[in-house]
Write a protein of this length. Structure first.
Length: 702
């Protein structure tokens, strides 16, 4: 709150738009209530960061912060699939707070009050504010939207005050991270020796030939593998086979999709209601009372898209007519009545390229006008409006080719609107248009239209009836009650003709079981209360009830042979095949002689092979083979057989063209430094996270 008075004293500005999106929601339900069993037990730990336990309460509060931010950005509460991302953002934020705050303190990084004021209303407005507070006409940041919030904050409710205090904290954290990343990024330096090597790698060219012998030239049955060999390989290469928390489940699904009777009932009902709509004297009242869609009565302006289920079935709409019923893409049934067709305020569509002159003197404006005229002349000659908009546009429409969408005359400032609505045909306006924002190049993409349509929409969803759902639940509940363990689960399913489905290697964080969506509750049971051999209670998914049994569960850590046997067998088999192939190639003097040994082998010509590459066209990833070719001393030499993941390769050097010496390697130094700088932030994040020994137990709760 310390910054509020300073900002008010300096500008008197406000942030009303932001305030609503930053309010921290109080957690609902019983999850965090005083009587919650989770909070009153020792099991409410969702993870560990830098040796500090993260409680369910702390994590849930952080989730609510990001949930509120999502709602502010989108104007709606996130759906469950979107909550997955929200929860992950909250978890990463907790990591950053604990891992990076200590680093900031060591380096003395701080954000002063003056700096934070500048981030809100000075010359360096933070991107978050710029993105949220834009003028809809120009797409540019608009300080006029910062009017009332800060002035009224002292008398605002505590939730709003807490929201802004939290936003101040987030701004400061974000700025400190930028400073930290910049310190690390600017510390990157590439030596001249590194630059020379980079130049050599990119410009040394080999003309080579390569023999490729894939592993399948030797049948799997010809390779004998001992159990001891598998054990030894796994022991030697354990780092390749680290496993996470996974489980194997079997389950029976009881569908709660609509039955044939449900469909017949809905069809009969929609036909009956459609006749009622046809003769209704008050269409709005009729559909409001009988339709299951959220907004059953709408006016469609020029440019608004009419419902697809209507336009695909009706070519021309007639006022007073009723159309339908039709089946929608969401498997509902819908009918429409054209209540009214009338003339309204004209709307049109156009694109523009803005050359901003805000804050400029006359000389600056003249220079901008000259540039705009040059771009206009180029578009007239070459017709590249969208490309020019992307290159020169100085507002939010640039990334969309300058498209403004459909708009009314009153939506824009008078000079812009007058010029656009005066157009007699689509296409580029011949002259620049000057407004208070700058100079505009305008392309009319749809002429003004004033045709409006009012539609009454009668829609009934095709969903499972209560009778259908009750029958499915009775079957699922009975099956679960009779199946006390996995053996009984299998016997009962077989006796009743239920299909048992398998879901193997289900990750602890997964949300689906095969093609069953939103099965998170089942997975939480498998990694929480469930034990191998036990049977779950009945869980309701989107379109089915599910009863599962836990077959097995693997804990995170080093893999056991039974967990990764198939992968280990394949790798050991490839090693043995490589040895067998190498033995058969021994004594052969040319690639052609080697190819004759294996019918499925191939010889590839590589006239432009570069040291910097790692992939051989038509063969695959083969960095060892490529490096070996460039290690040959003279033309005509061949490499030894080289084992790669894809098979065995032998390379022959036909000719080598060394990279020419150049006088200045600074461009390569700059490239290497820039590439390292771009990787730095991510690499540091991963390194610090690893050092902090982050442990994630969220899969037990969410």
């Amino acid at each position: 709150m310390a910054l509020i008075k300073q900002i008010r004293q300096r500008t008197g500005l406000a942030i009303g738009v932001i305030a609503g999106g930053l309010i921290l929601f109080l957690l609902g339900g019983d999850l965090l209530s005083p009587n919650s069993s989770l909070l009153n037990s020792n099991q409410n730990i969702v993870g560990e960061i830098a040796g500090e336990e993260i409680t369910l309460e702390e994590y849930s509060l952080k989730v609510e912060e990001f949930k509120a931010s999502f709602q502010q950005r989108t104007g709606r509460v996130p759906a469950e699939p979107e909550m997955v991302s929200v929860r992950e953002q909250a978890w990463q934020a907790l990591i950053v707070e604990r891992v990076f705050d200590e680093e900031y303190e060591k380096l003395g990084l701080t954000v002063s009050s003056e700096e934070l004021v500048d981030m809100v209303q000075g010359k360096n407005i933070v991107p978050e504010l710029r993105a949220q507070l834009t003028n809809p006409q120009t797409g540019q940041f608009d300080k006029d939207q910062l009017i009332s919030f800060l002035q009224s904050l002292e008398t605002a409710d505590p939730a709003q005050q807490a929201a802004w205090a939290q936003q101040e904290k987030l701004f400061a954290q974000s700025r400190n991270r930028v400073k930290y990343d910049n310190i690390l990024a600017t510390s990157e330096y590439a030596t001249t020796a590194e630059a020379k090597l980079e130049h050599k790698s990119a410009n040394t060219i080999a003309d080579a030939s390569i023999l490729f012998v894939p592993y399948y030239v030797i049948p799997d049955g010809d390779v004998k593998i001992e159990e001891s060999e598998l054990t030894a390989y796994l022991s030697k290469n354990q780092e390749k086979f680290q496993v996470g928390n996974t489980a194997n489940l079997e389950y029976v699904s009881f569908s709660i999709l609509p039955s044939g009777q449900d469909s017949s009932d809905v069809i009969s009902r929609i036909k009956e209601l459609t006749e009622g709509l046809r003769t209704a004297t008050n269409d709005s009242a009729f559909v409001s009372q009988n339709s299951e869609t959220q907004f059953p009565f709408n006016s469609y302006r020029p440019g608004d898209e009419l419902p697809a289920s209507l336009t695909t079935n009706v070519s021309e709409l007639v006022e007073g007519q009723t159309y339908g019923p039709f089946v929608t893409a969401n498997s509902s049934y819908v009918s429409y009545k054209v209540t009214d067709q009338y003339e309204g305020a004209p709307r049109m569509r156009a694109s523009h390229i803005l050359f901003s002159t805000e804050g400029m003197d006359e000389a600056g404006k003249a220079a901008v006008k000259t540039q705009a005229e040059q771009v206009l002349a180029d578009i007239k000659a070459n017709g590249n409006f969208a490309q020019a908009a992307s290159q020169y546009g100085q507002d939010g429409t640039a990334q969309n080719g300058g498209d403004l969408g459909w708009f009314a005359k009153e939506d824009f400032v008078e000079p812009f609107a007058a010029a656009s609505f005066a157009a007699s045909s689509t296409g580029l306006l011949p002259n620049l248009v000057e407004t208070e924002y700058g100079y505009h190049i305008i392309e009319v993409t749809a002429l003004p239209s004033s045709n409006y349509t009012k539609l009454a929409t009668l829609e009934l969803e095709l969903v499972a009836s209560d009778a259908t759902r009750n029958e499915a639940f009775r079957n699922a509940d009975s099956f679960a009650a009779e199946s006390g363990n996995r053996n009984e689960f299998t016997e009962n399913a077989t006796d009743k003709g239920y299909r048992i489905l398998q879901a193997n290697n289900v990750d602890a964080t997964s949300r689906n079981l095969n093609n069953l969506q939103n099965a998170r509750e089942v997975i939480i049971w498998a990694f929480g209360e469930g034990a191998p051999g036990e049977v779950s209670p009945v869980y309701e998914l989107d379109n089915s009830y599910v009863v599962a049994t836990l077959v097995s569960r693997k804990e995170e850590g080093e893999a056991k042979l039974e967990d990764v046997r198939e992968q280990v067998e394949q790798l050991v088999r490839n090693d043995k095949k490589a040895a067998m192939i190498t033995e058969k190639l021994a004594g052969k003097a040319t690639l052609e002689e080697m190819k004759a040994v294996f019918a499925d082998a191939s010889i590839n010509s590589l006239p432009d092979l570069r040291l910097s590459t790692s992939v051989i066209p038509g063969v695959g990833f083969a960095p060892k083979a490529i490096g070996s070719i460039f290690g040959l001393k003279s033309s005509g030499q061949m490499t030894k057989p080289i084992q790669e993941d894809i098979g065995v390769l032998v390379g022959k050097l036909n000719n080598l063209t060394p990279a020419a010496e150049i006088g200045d390697y600074t461009s390569y130094q700059a490239q290497l430094s820039q590439a390292a700088s771009q990787r730095m932030a991510y690499q540091i994040m991963m390194a610090l996270q690893d050092l902090a020994k982050v442990k994630d137990y969220r899969y037990k709760y969410f």
